[in-house]
Design a binder for this molecule. Structure first.
Ligand code: ADP
Ligand code: MG
Length: 310
């Protein structure tokens, strides 16, 4: 036994302030190392919503109170968040390996993910980022910068960016070499830094790629056996949160399609996970996906928990 696994870590695996994140990551590292100890090989991706939000807000605030601090573009904030989260993860994972008497190299790769500049998502930016503004402030910034703003649930105006689909992982050769050299790799943090190709150059764009979709792309380019999406629930449910809620052990592609049509998966949370799982399963014969929690990961890989998509 033993799979080659790409793992997508959700927000609950990380926390946001440095102290909170350090504590959360310690627990996360224990679960990840357990997966390796039971014979699997892992490549780790993760989200960055709260972290990139914090960095972006800090840089905006810094610029406001001291103009010598430059305004930090959003792709750069994403790169900072990959470094910040990757540092904690690689530190904690290496430590957990030491605890079980193994010396495994662990490395974070700052990852750029190619997106299509003609992706329809760019016509309708929906992902809110950064601080809240009044309508007048938002209008003024929009005129100065060309940013898009939208009203956010009665709380004020926020900048919105597009959420395009990942096309390719720019650093894939490096990831494959590092994997072949037995590294545990942390990559595609926050869904990766979105870049578009222009005259043979990669240019960062202010956008957010869903980390579940980027991890799916990474699982394809790394030729993984299983895409494991770790989140806050042990299994996927139909009629989630209702009296007739039903937790699922397994879904076929047709089941997924039917449940999506029936509206069982919330957009922005469970829906992208199920869609990512489906894409991976459909991408090549024999590929499987698993949606479960960090706590259940080891049991679920052994077929004793979680929702398998086959
Ligand atoms: P992550 O940070 O891991 O991406 P999300 O909050 O985006 O986490 O998505 C996971 C959440 O999706 C679960 O905690 C759960 O509250 C919610 N959810 C929505 N629909 C379902 C469903 N059908 N079955 C299980 N969980 C669901
Ligand atoms: Mg999510």
């Amino acid at each position: 036994m033993g799979y080659k696994i790409v793992i997508a870590l959700g927000g609950n695996a990380l926390g946001s302030s440095p102290e909170e994140q350090r504590a959360a990551v310690k627990k996360t590292a224990k679960s990840l190392v357990k997966l390796v100890a039971s014979g699997n090989k892992i490549i780790v991706g993760h989200g960055n919503g709260p972290q990139v939000g914090m960095i972006n807000l800090a840089m905006e605030t810094g610029h406001k109170v001291n103009s010598s601090i430059p305004l930090m573009p959003f792709p750069e904030c994403g790169a900072m968040s990959q470094g910040y989260i990757g540092y904690h993860l690689q530190n904690a994972i290496r430590h957990e390996f030491k605890e079980i008497g193994r010396d495994v190299p662990v490395v974070t790769v700052i990852t750029q993910v190619l997106v299509d500049k003609n992706d329809e998502a760019f016509k309708n930016p929906t992902k809110p980022i950064g601080s809240f503004y009044t309508e007048e402030e938002a209008k003024k910034i929009a005129e100065e910068t060309g940013y898009d703003f939208k009203e956010d649930a009665g709380r004020g105006y926020r900048r919105v960016v597009a959420s395009p689909m990942p096309v390719d992982i720019i650093e894939k050769e490096s990831l494959r070499d590092l994997y072949a050299a037995r590294n545990v790799i942390i990559a595609c943090g926050g869904g990766g830094i979105p870049v578009v190709e222009e005259d043979g150059e990669y240019i960062g764009v202010a956008a957010v790629i869903d980390k579940d979709f980027s991890c799916e792309k990474m699982a394809e380019v790394m030729d993984a056996d299983v895409l494991v999406i770790l989140t806050a629930v042990d299994k996927v449910a139909i009629n989630f949160g209702k009296p007739n809620e039903e937790w699922l052990d397994e879904m076929g592609i047709e089941d997924c399609e039917k449940y999506i049509d029936e509206g069982h998966f919330a957009p922005g949370s469970m829906l992208p996970k199920v869609k990512a799982a489906m894409s991976f399963v459909k991408s090549k014969e024999g590929r499987k996906a698993l949606i479960t929690s960090l706590e259940c990961a080891d049991d679920a890989i052994a077929g004793k928990n979680g929702t398998w998509i086959k």
